[in-house]
Design a protein around this ligand. Structure first.
Ligand code: DSN
Length: 417
């Protein structure tokens, strides 16, 4: 930070403040993580100076002697880690990666089927405000009201009725195992391309803590910065040459220009880290922690969508607690517990003032916290939410914040401390 502090002390101080905030907070947002110092270092390198439109061995700019090796390394590591034949590490992030899937296999107006956003899907799976919902014809599946789980019978019925060209499985608020095999069988039956969006669970898949879509999905899309613990970026993977060729053309020149080479390098580092035995331990601990936290919350009367979790994520419907998701998330944040408010299935409230909060354990597990800490976090959440419901939370928030600070001071933040 030396030169940054000299050149732009104002910005340097803001970055320091964010470092302190991240260190002092129990980060429970399930799509976030702490990357290692090595990943951070790779991100902040001279690779940002280089244009490399094209792919290794076939570029539109000279001077690719090193960049080609870096991108090839990232691709080979992705292929080895996930056990796929092809990987593209150039998508700028999850949404552009998913757009590339449309560009590769659909024409404007074609039908796409994905999980509705309020049920746990993603904007780019055909939600109305997204280009994917405006420029394509979306069909949406959800979860059963009684179980909070995806209704595979409904998925099949909708697929048979609408004959989508593309089916997305995966999403942003799904606390249960995704049945890739069942989705693949439906996609085959209707002749659709199956895209598994594993952005949330990529690290769990890599670490053997969630079944893999490989061998079931035609295309696998993922961000690299969630459970996979890499830089902000994305990857597309496929087994067949035909699918891979279509995806590559869609990413470049279809949608993007030059890849962000500093990100590619950091992805390569993250993939190397995820291939180590410690990462398997990490992935399984993420799930064990989420289960412990879910159990604590359920025991304290919290209404968990689907009753619990199989992965890193817990979706809480706060209706029975008498508070909305937004005020709860704001109060928890002031107590040092960072969550995000979220719609829950069949939510009668609006997305910007929904009934739920979404939490997860990737970040706290990266700090080395275990089940005992999860139970403590569950207790704090209960204290804050209960006090908020009674309309008298200030004292509790202040006390919990002090206790949270004590806890976070015992668990170093990877990349920062
Ligand atoms: N914004 C991501 C998440 O929080 O799940 C999805 O794109």
């Amino acid at each position: 930070m030396g030169s940054l502090a000299n050149v732009d002390p104002q910005l340097a101080e803001l970055i320091k403040a964010e470092e302190r905030r991240q260190a002092d907070t129990v980060k429970l947002i399930p799509s976030e993580n702490y990357v290692s110092k090595a990943v951070l270092e790779a991100t902040g390198t001279v690779l940002t100076n280089k244009y490399s439109e094209g792919y290794p061995g076939k570029r539109y700019y000279e001077g690719q002697q090193v960049i080609d090796q870096i991108e090839t390394l990232a691709v080979e590591r992705a292929k080895a880690l996930f056990g796929v034949n092809h990987a593209n590490v150039q998508p700028y992030s999850g949404s552009p990666a998913n757009l590339a899937v449309y560009m590769a296999f659909l024409q404007p107006g074609d039908t796409v089927m994905g999980m509705g956003l309020p049920f746990g899907g993603h904007l780019t799976h055909g939600w109305s405000v997204s280009a994917t919902g405006k420029w394509f014809t979306p069909v949406r599946y959800g979860v059963r009201r009684d179980t909070g789980r995806i209704d595979m019978d409904e998925v099949r019925e909708l697929a048979l009725q609408h004959r989508p060209k593309l089916i997305f499985c995966g999403g942003t608020a799904i606390p249960r195992i995704i049945d890739f095999e069942a989705f693949a069988s439906i996609a085959r039956e209707v002749g659709a391309v199956l895209a598994a969006d594993i952005a949330h669970i990529a690290g769990l898949v890599a670490g053997g803590a969630h079944p893999s879509p490989v061998g079931h999905a035609d295309v696998i899309s993922t961000t690299t910065h969630k459970t996979l613990r890499g830089p902000r970026g994305a990857m597309l993977m496929a087994d067949s040459d035909e699918h891979a060729t279509a995806l590559n053309k869609a990413v470049f020149p279809g949608l993007q220009g030059g890849p962000h080479n500093h990100t590619t390098a950091a992805i390569a580092v993250a993939l190397h880290e995820a291939a180590q035995p410690e990462f398997r331990t990490y992935a399984h601990q993420v799930v064990a922690n989420a289960k412990a936290l879910a159990e604590e919350l359920a025991g304290r009367g919290f209404d968990l969508v689907s009753g619990g979790t199989d992965n890193h994520l817990i979706l809480i419907d706060l209706t029975s607690k008498g508070v909305g998701g937004k005020p709860a998330a704001q109060a928890l944040d002031r107590a040092g517990l960072e969550t995000n408010y979220n719609t829950v299935p069949f939510d009668p409230r609006k997305p910007f003032d929904p009934s739920g909060i979404r939490i997860g354990t990737p970040s706290v597990t990266s700090r080395g916290m275990g089940e005992a800490e999860m139970r403590q976090i569950g207790a704090w959440m209960d204290e804050v939410v209960t006090a908020l419901a009674k309309g008298d939370a200030e004292e509790v928030i202040a006390r919990v914040h002090r206790e949270v600070s004590e806890l976070t001071s015992q668990f170093p933040t990877p990349g920062l401390s």
